[in-house]
Design a protein around this ligand. Structure first.
Ligand code: GTP
Ligand code: MG
Ligand code: NA
Length: 457
C-alpha cells in the first residue's frame, strides 16, 4: 500500500540491556557487519545508529511470512552500551525511541542493567520486545542459520528443548518478580498487556526473522498515530564530535520533518543558544553503523526518521541530549533561541535556590540531569549551587570556590564523566577546592560522603 507507506515514517527502535548480552552482535547479524569485534574491549561506549530499509527487512523475513505487508519505509535502530557506567546513554536512547528491544542472555537471565533498562522503558511507557539471545549456547544446539525460531526449535533434540523451556520459564519468572508479564511471542495472545519474548542467536541468526518482523508489524499496527509523518521538524542531538576535515559536527536523530542543506538552525549550547547554517547533511549507507569509520552519503535534504551527521560552524559548545530547531520563514529568531535553551532550563530548576551547595559538572545534559536527580533523592540530599557542562576549567573552580567562605565542604566540584584541565587542577589545589571525579554516579556520592565526614570530624 503505497499511500500508507508515504505517510508513515520509520519507527525508531532502541536496543538495550545488560553488558555483553549481544546487542551489537544482533545488529551485526542483521547488517552483515562486524562492528562488535572492532570495539575496544568488546564493549560499546557510544550510542550508535543504523538504518534498515524495508527491502532488507522483507528479504530477511520472507521465509517466516512471505506475504507480510511492511508499511513503514524502514527501521532506525539505536544501539546503546550495556556497561553500568553508561546509564546516561541508555537514558538518552530510551528517550528517543518509539519501540525497544530488551536483550537478555538466555544463560544469565535478568541482570542489573536489564532491570535498569526495563525501568527506563517503563518510565516512558515504551513498548518493547525481549530478545532472549544466545540460544545457540544451549548444550547440543543444532545450528539452523537465520531460520525462524519455531523451525529451529523443531529441529532440536529433546534435551535441548527441555533446557530451553526451563531457562525460558526462569526468565518469565524473573520478569514476573519485576511486575511484568511475559510470554514467548507466538503464544502471546494478550499482546500489549503481556510482553513478547523472541529467542534469538546473534551468531547463527535463528530468530532474527521473527524479531525483525515482530518489531515492524507491532509498531505499524499499534503506533500509526505516533508514526504518521509530520512536517514539523523534531530533532535531537545525540553526540557532539570533532571529525577531521569537518570540525565539530553533531550527530542527530531526525524524528519528524525534513532537514535541508542551508537550513538555519538553533541548537542549545552550554554558553547560550547557537545559531548556524547547515553546511552539509551526511548519513552512512543503509545497513552501516554511523559511529564506525566509513564513507558518508551527502544529501540536499533528509526526511525523517533518520540519523544524520550535520556539519556547520560554531557547534563547539552544542549540548548532547537537547533538541535542535529550524528557523523557518515564519519563525521568530528570539523565540527559537528561547525554545532551544528550554532543555537547559528544566535542568537549572534542579539547582538549589539557597545558593549553598556543591558545583556539579557533567558531559551531557542527560547525564547532568541524571546526576542532579540523584543528588536530590531523599537518601542522598546533596545541595547543588552551580552546574557546568563539558571539561572542568579554571572558571568552574572559581565558581565552586565561592563556597569556601560559606560552607567549606561545599567548595567541591563533582565531575561526572568529564576531563579536568591541568590549570583547573592546579587552581583547585591552591584555593582548597576539592574535585571528585568518576564515571559512575554513586562513586561520586561515596567519595563526597567520605570527605564530608572527614571535614566534620
Ligand atoms: P555492550 O554493548 O558492551 O553492552 O555488549 P553487547 O550487548 O553489545 O554484546 P556484544 O555484541 O558485544 O556481545 C558480547 C559477546 O557475546 C561477544 O563476544 C559476542 O560474540 C557474544 N555473543 C553475542 N551474541 C551471541 C549469541 O547469540 N551467541 C553466542 N554464542 N555468543 C554471542
Ligand atoms: Mg554493544
Ligand atoms: Na560487549
Amino acid at each position: 500500500n503505497e499511500v500508507a507507506k508515504e505517510s508513515l515514517r520509520s519507527p525508531i527502535c532502541c536496543i538495550m540491556g545488560h553488558v555483553d548480552t549481544g546487542k551489537t552482535k544482533l545488529l551485526d547479524c542483521i547488517r552483515g557487519t562486524n562492528v562488535q569485534e572492532g570495539e575496544a574491549g568488546g564493549i560499546t561506549q557510544q550510542i550508535g545508529a543504523t538504518y534498515f530499509p524495508a527491502e532488507n527487512i522483507r528479504e530477511r523475513t520472507k521465509e517466516l511470512r512471505p506475504d507480510a505487508k511492511l508499511k513503514v519505509p524502514g527501521l532506525l535502530v539505536i544501539d546503546t552500551p550495556g556497561h553500568e557506567s553508561f546509564s546516561n546513554l541508555r537514558s538518552r536512547g530510551s528517550n528517543l525511541c518509539d519501540i525497544a528491544i530488551l536483550v537478555v542472555d538466555i544463560m544469565h537471565g535478568l541482570e542489573p542493567q536489564t532491570i535498569e533498562s526495563l525501568n527506563l522503558l517503563r518510565k516512558r511507557n515504551t513498548e518493547f520486545i525481549v530478545a532472549l539471545n544466545k540460544v545457540d549456547r544451549l548444550y547440543g544446539w543444532k545450528t539452523c542459520k537465520n531460520a525462524p525460531i519455531e523451525k529451529a526449535l523443531a529441529l532440536q533434540s529433546k534435551d535441548v528443548v527441555i533446557e530451553f523451556n526451563m531457562r525460558l520459564t526462569q526468565v518469565i519468572t524473573q520478569f514476573k518478580e519485576q511486575g511484568l508479564n511475559t510470554e514467548i511471542y507466538y503464544k502471546n495472545k494478550e499482546m500489549g498487556d503481556t510482553f513478547s519474548i523472541v529467542p534469538t542467536s546473534a551468531i547463527s541468526g535463528e530468530g532474527i526473522p521473527d524479531l525483525l518482523l515482530y518489531l515492524v508489524m507491532w509498531s505499524q499496527k499499534t503506533m500509526v498515530e505516533k508514526l504518521t509523518f509530520v512536517d514539523k521538524v523534531q530533532c535531537t542531538v545525540l553526540e557532539v564530535k570533532v571529525i577531521p576535515g569537518h570540525g565539530t559536527t553533531i550527530d542527530v536523530v531526525l524524528v519528524n520533518g525534513v532537514l535541508h542543506e542551508g537550513d538555519q538552525i538553533v541548537a542549545c549550547g552550554s554558553q547560550g543558544p547557537i545559531i548556524t547554517t547547515v553546511r552539509s547533511l551526511l548519513t552512512r549507507h543503509p545497513m552501516k553503523e554511523l559511529r564506525v569509520k566509513g564513507t558518508y552519503q551527502h544529501h540536499r535534504e533528509v526526511k525523517a526518521a533518520q540519523c544524520i551527521k550535520i556539519t556547520a560552524q560554531g557547534l563547539e559548545h552544542a549540548v548532547a541530549g537537547t533538541s535542535l530547531h529550524v528557523i523557518g520563514p515564519d519563525v521568530d529568531v528570539d523565540e527559537a533561541k528561547k525554545t532551544a535553551m528550554e532543555d537547559m532550563k528544566s535542568v537549572m530548576s534542579l539547582v538549589d535556590k539557597s545558593g549553598e551547595g556543591v558545583y556539579v559538572q557533567a558531559s551531557t545534559l542527560g547525564s547532568l540531569e541524571a546526576l542532579l536527580e540523584f543528588l536530590k533523592s531523599p537518601d542522598v540530599k546533596i545541595p547543588v549551587s552551580g552546574i557546568g557542562l563539558g571539561p572542568v576549567h579554571k572558571k568552574d573552580i572559581m565558581k565552586a570556590g565561592v563556597m569556601l567562605e560559606k560552607k567549606k565542604e561545599y567548595a567541591t566540584v563533582l565531575a561526572f564523566d568529564v576531563k579536568i584541565t591541568t590549570e583547573a587542577r592546579e587552581l583547585a589545589d591552591n584555593m582548597g577546592v576539592k574535585i571528585f571525579s568518576a564515571d559512575i554516579i554513586y562513586h561520586l556520592f561515596d567519595q563526597f560522603k567520605g570527605y564530608v565526614k572527614d571535614v566534620r570530624d
